[in-house]
Design a protein around this ligand. Structure first.
Ligand code: OGA
Ligand code: NI
Length: 364
């Protein structure tokens, strides 16, 4: 398998001047009908739009009525969409800018320089610079390279593999991770209240301060000569408890809502937050983990910074909490560890595919 483990970078392919993309990047023909021009899609004003939740009241209001109203908005969006733009989330704009500048700086390095940080998926070294390997019979690939690393808790980080250049990468990314961790606790407490649970409950169920892992994936989507044939990231739900996403203000993210693909608009200084499978399972489906994907385009490189907040792989059994299960609301998910959940998804994908995913594939 030596040859297969040498991943080729999408960035090299994109900068080679090819006019048509290799067949491995071309989506199955049923799926192609749903892929449009992302700039046109992001301009559309009709149809459902991803909700924007203003956390100002939740952050600093002394007034209980204001706090309750803000919480209700967040809870509703988590039930209805499972994804939203967060504004007034308390993370300073200049800190988010520094994180983005640092990540962009890393990706501006020559490929040879980035290769020094290459991961090695075959030997289990998943952190570092990488690209998707064709791991199934179809050989399907995605139009992106990435940098993946654990950013919190700090004692579990491996700083030796973090980018040394730009020199402020570690400082900016560490501070962002610390502040996201604080925000994670606040969000989980509101989501707990929304299920009628004590406010610390979901946080505890996903591992608390010691065990909940924050993993950053910087997605780098080069310009694509045939964007109508490819995807930056294929349709999936996140396995995390919560995911927080920053991006460089180039549209790309689409959500599969009410049987249609809805393109997320770019909201300045917002953080996109997804409810992932973990919280969907614990809530017995009351909070949704929405199917989503990423389009690419011809004109602009897109970069996104996704932080996945994940429970430990083996230590916790994920299953609907007894308080949210009843005779008329039976458990929708069997007990599984996080590792088993991931395994189950891979298995199901290698089989016939989940119905919703098949429907999404052929949707307009
Ligand atoms: C992901 C993801 C979307 C984006 O990394 O899981 O869905 O906007 N990314 O890059
Ligand atoms: Ni995702």
């Amino acid at each position: 398998m030596a040859a297969a483990s040498v991943a080729s970078r999408v960035e090299s392919l994109a900068s080679s001047g090819i006019q048509s993309i290799p067949k491995e990047y071309i989506r199955p023909k049923e799926e192609l009908t749903s892929i449009g021009d992302v700039f046109d899609e992001a301009k559309k004003e009709e149809g459902p739009q991803l909700p924007t939740i203003d956390l100002k009241g939740m952050m600093d209001s002394e007034d209980k009525a204001v706090r309750d109203e803000c919480r209700a908005q967040l809870i509703n969006a988590a039930k209805e969409w499972g994804v939203m733009h967060l504004i007034n989330h308390g993370i300073p704009d200049d800190l988010m800018e520094s994180v983005k500048k640092a990540g962009e700086g890393f990706f501006e390095l020559p490929i040879e320089e980035k290769e020094k940080y290459a991961n090695d998926q075959a030997s289990g070294k998943i952190q570092g610079y990488g690209s998707k390997l064709a791991n199934n019979a179809s050989g399907q690939l995605e139009w992106e390279d990435y940098f993946f690393h654990l950013v919190f808790p700090e004692d579990k980080r491996d700083l030796s593999i973090w980018p040394k250049n730009p020199t402020d990468y570690i400082e900016a990314t560490s501070e962002y991770a610390r502040q996201l961790r604080v925000l994670t606790t606040k969000i989980l407490s509101v989501l707990s209240l929304g299920l009628g649970l004590e406010e610390g409950r979901l946080e505890k169920e996903v591992g608390g301060m010691e065990e909940l892992l924050l993993q950053m994936k910087i997605n780098y989507y080069p310009k694509c000569p045939q964007p109508e044939l490819a995807l930056g990231v294929e349709a999936h739900t996140d396995v995390s408890a919560l995911t927080f996403i920053l991006h460089n203000m180039v549209p790309g993210l689409q959500l599969f809502y009410q049987d249609k693909w809805v393109t997320a608009k770019c909201v300045p200084n917002s953080i996109i937050m997804h409810v992932g499978d973990t919280v969907e399972i614990l809530s017995n489906g009351k909070y949704k983990s929405i199917l989503h994907r990423g389009l690419v385009n011809k004109e602009k490189v897109r970069i996104s910074w996704a932080v996945f907040c994940e429970p430990p792989k083996e230590k916790i059994i994920l299953q609907p909490l007894p308080e949210v299960v009843s005779e008329k609301d039976p458990a929708l998910f069997p007990p599984r560890t996080f590792a088993q959940h991931i395994e189950h998804k891979l298995f199901r994908k290698s089989q016939e595919g989940k119905k919703e995913e098949k429907d999404a594939l052929v949707a307009k």
